[in-house]
Design a protein around this ligand. Structure first.
Ligand SMILES: [Zn+2]
Length: 267
């Protein structure tokens, strides 16, 4: 076995201790979420600390009015900037040959250009992909959203983009969920990178009551195979939802293990 540490050389967790800082949000979106993940994974994998994103990064996805609204809650604004910075760093690590994963909060996929909800403030995934596009590091992307809730914000941000495909997997049965993931990715010819908006609230003991830990491994296999065959091996992920604390780390470990298992050059 050996678990996830056998992929230590190719994986990078993106995490900042300030992700534990309290700010005004719903009780369930607590610092314990990232603490639970890091207590399982931080000793097994390399961890890098991100920088906060800058206003220019936010304004590629959001309006000035949403930005000023969030700047009105300074503690939350700083947390949201650091989460978006973590997503950018996860994507960047991937361009350097690693699989990057941002263990970050607040989540982002319900943040649209001009409004936000669902514990989300800025769209972390959108900000990361738009930064790579702006910096001409990629020309196209696929975003795979496996959260229980529909990633309406990400969809709204990229609605007019032909070069960014947003795939929201919504089936409520495990077999269907995996089939839908395969067929949605199967319909994409190629992309320069794939980003996973990894919510774990579809888990069988979480709100969705659907996927098992092994299903997360299978999703990792499917996404990892897509990356290798059609995205130049470039794959990263970030945390979205997921509220069943005892197994959050285990499910992320399964997803990451699934992504890496098919990769060549595994030590
Ligand atoms: Zn969710």
């Amino acid at each position: 076995m050996g678990g996830i540490s056998r992929y230590k050389k190719q994986l990078r967790l993106i995490y900042h201790p300030a992700y534990l800082t309290p700010y005004s949000t719903a009780d369930c979106e607590s610092p314990e979420r990232v603490r639970a993940i890091m207590s399982r994974l931080s000793s097994k994998l390399n961890v890098v600390q991100p920088e906060p994103c800058i206003e220019e990064d936010i304004l590629r996805c959001h309006t000035h009015s949403l930005l000023s609204q969030e700047q009105g809650s300074p503690d939350r604004y700083e947390a949201a900037r650091l989460a978006a910075g973590g997503a950018i760093r996860a994507a960047r690590e991937t361009l350097e040959g690693f699989v990057g994963f941002g263990v970050l909060r607040p989540p982002g996929h319900h943040a649209s250009p001009d409004h936000n909800w669902g514990f989300c403030f800025f769209n972390n995934m959108g900000i990361a992909i738009k930064k790579l596009l702006h910096d001409k590091l990629i020309e196209s992307a696929v975003i795979l959203d496996i959260d229980l809730h529909y990633g309406d914000g990400t969809e709204a941000i990229f609605r007019a983009y032909r070069n960014v495909r947003v795939l929201n997997i919504q089936s409520s049965q495990p077999g269907d969920f995996l089939r839908e993931t395969r067929s949605a990715l199967g319909a994409v010819a190629s992309a320069d990178i794939i980003g996973i908006s990894a919510g774990f609230d579809q888990y069988e003991h979480d709100w969705g009551g659907n996927l098992s830990t092994e299903d997360y491994r299978t999703i990792g296999h499917i996404a990892g195979a897509f990356a290798r065959e059609r995205a130049g091996g470039k794959i990263f992920g970030i945390l979205e939802g997921g509220y069943y604390l005892p197994d959050l780390g285990k499910n992320l470990e399964a997803l990451l293990g699934g992504i890496c298992e098919g990769k060549s050059g595994v030590a």
